[in-house]
Write a protein that binds this ligand. Structure first.
Ligand code: KDG
Length: 317
């Protein structure tokens, strides 16, 4: 049974096989990426029924994405194979010092052609879901993808699903001004907004952005603090911080934020309180950061329980 619907662009990632300037890298490791696909896999590993809505091309990379999602137990009935566009690609450099270069090959991609009709095709699944998760990447892809996000929120509102929105500001895709104009009203429609301080500042303006979103009617705003854990803001109680797990060796932090969302959502679906949901999120994020790939380290429910049991004593290596 589908409890959660996530919607977005699943991509193929090509990660440099060694730490070097991109110009010198000859070998790349292929992996499956895309924030909302990462959240879907994270939830599936935790035992939740989850469906992913998106488009991939009728090409080998699209097949790889579809196979991976299915193998993880994600329902792909809402994944359209688009014969007229290619699967989006991102290329990731690896550097020991400073920011690593990320290249997107996704303009005009199949994923960017996502449309409200794709959501309508699984309308009943969305209406009967308990949770819908979207992010600020999808509206940056194209006008039709933005409408798909609006549509999935509309359908969630027709049913009883809670809606979470991860800001996921991608400055390579659009300007801050464009992002703020589009994402601010979208965030205010959500029940739960996730973001780091920088992202929330762009969407809600100023250092007290999380509180502003709460004042605008968002029930929970979760500020992701990376290794520092996360803080929850809400209307009924003062902000609450849960520290992150200590990680001795961060292997690849990309995808940790998505794993955090998966852990948080899974905990809330199981009826746990917000501090517990923050702890689940922190543990899932830490687990992904210690493994290469955006989703490979996402814990199963048993692994999560072990992490949580040891989180006050152990250091992740
Ligand atoms: O959150 C991880 C994502 O950044 C990655 O999987 C790729 O969705 C992606 C994007 O648009 O950068």
């Amino acid at each position: 049974m589908t409890e959660v619907v996530t919607l977005g662009e699943a991509l193929v990632g090509l990660a440099a096989d060694r730490a070097a300037p991109l110009a010198d890298v000859a070998l790349f490791r292929r992996y499956v990426a895309g924030a909302e696909a990462n959240v879907a896999v994270g939830l599936a590993r935790l035992g939740r029924g989850v469906a992913f809505v998106g488009r991939v091309g009728a090409d080998g990379f699209g097949t790889a994405i579809e196979r991976r999602l299915r193998a993880e137990g994600v329902d792909t009935a809402g994944l359209t194979i688009d014969p007229d566009a290619a699967t989006g690609i991102l290329v990731r450099e690896r550097r020991a010092l400073g920011a690593s270069e990320v290249l997107y090959y996704r303009r005009g991609s199949a994923g960017s052609r996502l449309a409200a009709t794709d959501v309508d095709a699984i309308a009943e699944t969305v209406r009967s879901a308990q949770w819908v998760h979207v992010s600020g990447i999808t509206p940056a892809l194209s006008p039709s993808a933005r409408l798909a996000v609006e549509r999935v929120i509309d359908l969630a509102r027709e049913g009883a699903a809670r809606v979470s929105f991860d800001v996921n500001l991608r400055r390579k895709l659009w300007s801050e001004g464009e992002a703020a104009a589009t994402l601010a009203p979208m965030a205010r429609r959500a029940d739960v907004v996730f973001g780091d301080e920088d992202e929330l500042g762009v969407v809600a303006g100023g250092p007290d952005a999380a509180q502003r979103l709460v004042d605008a009617g968002v029930a929970s705003v979760i500020v992701k603090l990376g290794a520092g854990g996360a803080t929850a803001y809400g209307p009924a109680s003062p902000p609450w911080t849960e520290p992150g797990l200590a990680i001795a060796n961060v292997v690849d932090p990309v995808g940790a934020g998505d794993a955090f969302c998966a852990g948080f959502i899974a905990a809330r679906l199981e009826g746990h309180d917000q501090p517990t949901a923050l702890r689940w999120g922190n543990a899932c994020g830490a687990a992904v950061a210690t493994v290469e790939g955006d989703m490979d380290g996402a814990p199963t429910r048993a692994e999560l329980d072990r992490l949580l049991a040891g989180s006050e004593r152990d250091t992740l290596r």
